[in-house]
Design a protein around this ligand. Structure first.
Ligand code: MRU
Length: 348
């Protein structure tokens, strides 16, 4: 039976909506400030949305796709050059394919003659479909987890990173509600601390007890034998199942394989890129080394030091036990199984 410590009120789940459309502006919960402050910023044009994506005010693959779609709507409302707006939004971050997918969808509607209200309908659809996909993935992913399991997650894949509920964190929310998950560990996710700052905040608001670990503690935790699944999101999944996600995911997958712990990737079909044959085709974002050399604006490393700051890595499909999308579960993914689910052209 379940641990009484994880009894949760079903309605306590999933109250956060970090992207809010207000008819002529996009409100974004500023993820740089959480959990110490809950501040919102308002974007009134595509350039402001692009800036918010670049600066990680809004982050997480599905969330940046949704924000970009609203950026196109703002450009259309103001009579701005849509080609330029789309190009600016597309250039903000290279790895999460949801961004390109959402912009391609908006571009197709614009090319078909959609005006600003019709583009707003499309952006709303993108947002609503993401929420529905997350709920579907939550159910499908949770069903794989044996009752009473402990799980480890990485980065933030929750309501903040999506339209709501989350991908990997959606599976965790559903798994806790069904008493399949008895304990949640979250890795800090250096250097930006998405796990420490955002995942811990989301889980605590939902009344889900979670235990924070240093990223470097993961192998030791897995060796202890209590964690049954590592559950992560994705920024882009190639045609053979190779998966780009937050830096540190790959080493978790290696450690999980070594210790006989299962590894689950949870992502909507908008994260699948069948045009990328494998992980080598995925561009990995390099961010400013300053993110590693200082903390909270204060320098922590000796002046003159160099740093290398790739913010995603690719987990080879052979290390993945299941990819969960809203369309179903692909067990032991490879090119054939991916093609069977998504066809050769894929969802894009
Ligand atoms: O740099 P970030 O915070 O945008 O990276 C986010 C991640 O890597 C997430 O795991 C991924 O986007 C999935 S979010 C549902």
């Amino acid at each position: 039976m379940s641990d009484p410590a994880v009894q949760v009120k079903p309605l306590a789940h999933d109250q956060i909506r970090a992207l809010q459309w207000r008819g002529d502006r996009l409100r974004l919960l500023d993820q740089r400030k959480l959990p110490l402050a809950e501040e919102w910023i308002e974007c009134r044009g595509a350039e402001e949305v692009a800036q918010a994506i670049r600066n990680l005010v809004v982050r997480g693959a599905p969330a940046i796709g949704i924000a970009a779609a609203w950026g196109v709507v703002l450009a259309a409302q103001r009579g701005d050059d849509l080609d330029k707006a789309i190009a600016t939004l597309r250039a903000t971050r290279p790895t999460a394919v949801n961004l390109m997918w959402a912009l391609d969808r908006m571009r197709a509607r614009a090319d078909a003659g959609a005006d600003a209200p019709a583009l707003a309908d499309e952006a709303q659809k993108i947002q609503d479909e993401d929420l529905a996909a997350n709920r579907a993935m939550g159910a499908k992913g949770a069903a794989l987890i044996e009752p009473g399991s402990a799980v480890l997650t990485h980065c933030n894949t929750g309501s903040l990173a999506t339209a709501g509920f989350g991908t990997a964190l959606g599976v965790i929310r559903a798994g806790v509600a069904q008493h399949r998950i008895a304990q949640v560990y979250a890795g800090e996710t250096r250097p930006w601390l998405q796990g420490a700052r955002l995942t811990m905040w989301e889980l605590q608001r939902d009344g889900i007890p979670a235990t924070l670990i240093a990223d470097a503690a993961a192998s030791h935790l897995l060796k202890e034998g209590r964690v049954r699944w590592v559950i992560v999101g994705a920024d882009r999944i190639a045609a053979n199942g190779d998966t780009a996600n937050k830096i540190g995911t790959y080493q978790l997958a290696i450690a999980a394989k070594h210790h006989g712990v299962k590894f689950m990737v949870v992502a909507p079909s908008s994260t699948i890129d069948m045009a990328a044959p494998d992980g080598d085709a995925i561009e990995i974002e390099l961010r400013d080394p300053a993110e590693l050399l200082s903390h909270d604006g204060a320098r922590t490393v000796v002046e003159g030091a160099q740093a290398w700051n790739p913010v995603f890595d690719v987990t080879p499909h052979a290390l993945i036990d299941a990819i969960v999308t809203e369309r179903g579960v692909i067990a032991r993914p490879d090119a054939d199984r991916m093609r069977a689910q998504f066809g050769s052209g894929g969802p894009r």
